[in-house]
Ligand binder design. Structure first.
Ligand code: MG
Length: 383
């Protein structure tokens, strides 16, 4: 059996390094042919020395010479989007809207996209969807909830007509059970202290506001074509059930496992097969209970905003995602309060409602929408 050729865009972040864990564990099944980073070259060089890719991509032009000097056996390029050329599967683990070129180039090349960069699908859904129909192109989600839904849907012969409800689970993040008033003064460190998942800073802040879950609602709509009225969110603090699908006969299928991203990563690499390595197994003797509760939409307004943007469609999700990225950056830099993240996203979405042209036809439209929304967010931040 020949090894599946894997490229990782964003190889030194949380998903990137865990992808390499999977490749190490499944020795012989995968070959790393490309690695790409923004500017974290020390970690990249260490990875390249271990995995010997053919090509590495470094977005920061000032760092490329140093990488080329350290890795004389590797081709050094500037565009992460070009990693798709030599790969069977590209893991897009870039953070935020910057991941869009990798998503587009991978599908255009007719390759499998293992998508951890949900923002590119959320912002550019109307542009990404037709690319999924290209020969060879395939999108397998690397988001624990959507990986779970993907698995649940395999129990139906006609998912397009037999799905009654998709239920996305949410851990609730570090602020579950708290009120908006109690959260007025929370700091960056508290927001970064996620109870069940260890992730990068952007998605961890998004988890604390439930914007991550809101973006995942849009992601589920884009991935599976489920109408928004049939996508629900339930808070499940143990993060053992990763999501569920209810079918038209009332049967509900759920996917359970320990909270470890290496399962969805391995699933996306091996699909339709499964990897042979379990990264954690449920011990039913110690797992005494699974709890569920409705999300608190008054405190976690971002979840409601995402539903609203998704229902508007067009460029609204791109505006929301861009505004959120700007607001999260400002929060991480100590410029705004945690409660202002939702306020800024709300204000930017209101501006979107007042703009005339909200259709999205091309990549250029998406890039323009993203830039306009960021300017609007920066104006709000300056107030
Ligand atoms: Mg998720």
């Amino acid at each position: 059996m020949t090894a599946i050729r894997v490229a990782i865009a964003g190889s030194t972040g949380s998903i990137g390094t865990q992808t390499l864990d999977v490749v190490r564990a499944e020795a012989g099944s995968y070959e790393i042919v490309g690695l790409g980073v923004g500017s974290s070259i020390d970690a990249l060089i260490a990875q390249a020395l271990e995995f010997r890719p053919k090509v590495v991509a470094v977005a920061d032009p000032s760092k490329r010479a140093a990488v080329a000097a350290a890795l004389p056996f590797v081709e050094v390029i500037g565009e992460l989007a070009e990693l798709a050329a030599d790969a069977d599967v590209v893991v897009n683990a870039v953070v935020g809207f910057a991941g869009l070129p990798v998503t587009i180039s991978t599908l255009r090349a007719g390759k499998r996209l293992a998508l951890a960069n949900k923002e590119s699908l959320i912002a550019a859904g109307p542009v990404v969807q037709p690319l999924r129909l290209l020969p060879g192109a395939e999108l397998v989600p690397v988001d624990s909830e959507h990986c779970a839904v993907h698995q649940c849907l395999r129990s139906s012969n006609r998912p397009s007509s037999e799905v009654a409800r998709v239920v996305l689970t949410a851990s609730g993040g570090p602020f579950r059970g708290r009120t908006a008033a109690e959260l007025a003064d929370v700091g960056v460190e508290q927001a970064l202290a996620h109870p069940t998942w260890k992730m990068g800073p952007k998605i961890t802040i998004d988890s604390s506001t439930l914007m991550n879950k809101g973006l995942e609602v849009i992601e589920a709509h884009e991935l599976f074509g489920t109408p928004y009225d049939q996508i629900e969110v339930v808070v499940h603090p143990q993060s053992i059930i990763h999501s569920m699908v209810e079918f038209t006969d009332g049967a509900m299928i759920a996917q359970l496992s320990m909270p470890d991203m290496r399962l969805p990563i391995g699933y996306a690499l091996a699909y339709p097969d499964r990897i042979g390595t379990p990264f954690g197994r449920i011990d039913w003797a110690t797992l005494s209970r699974l709890d569920f509760e409705a999300p608190d939409l008054d405190t976690f307004r971002c979840l409601h905003l995402a539903y609203a943007a998704g229902r508007v469609g067009g460029s609204a999700p791109a505006w929301l995602s861009a505004a959120n990225e700007e607001a999260v950056d400002a929060f991480l830099a100590g410029r705004i309060r945690w409660t202002q993240i939702a306020e800024i996203c709300d204000a930017v979405l209101q501006q979107h409602a007042e703009t005339s042209d909200t259709s999205v036809m091309s990549v250029e439209d998406i890039v323009a929408a993203d830039a306009t929304a960021r300017r609007a967010a920066q104006k709000e931040l300056a107030r």
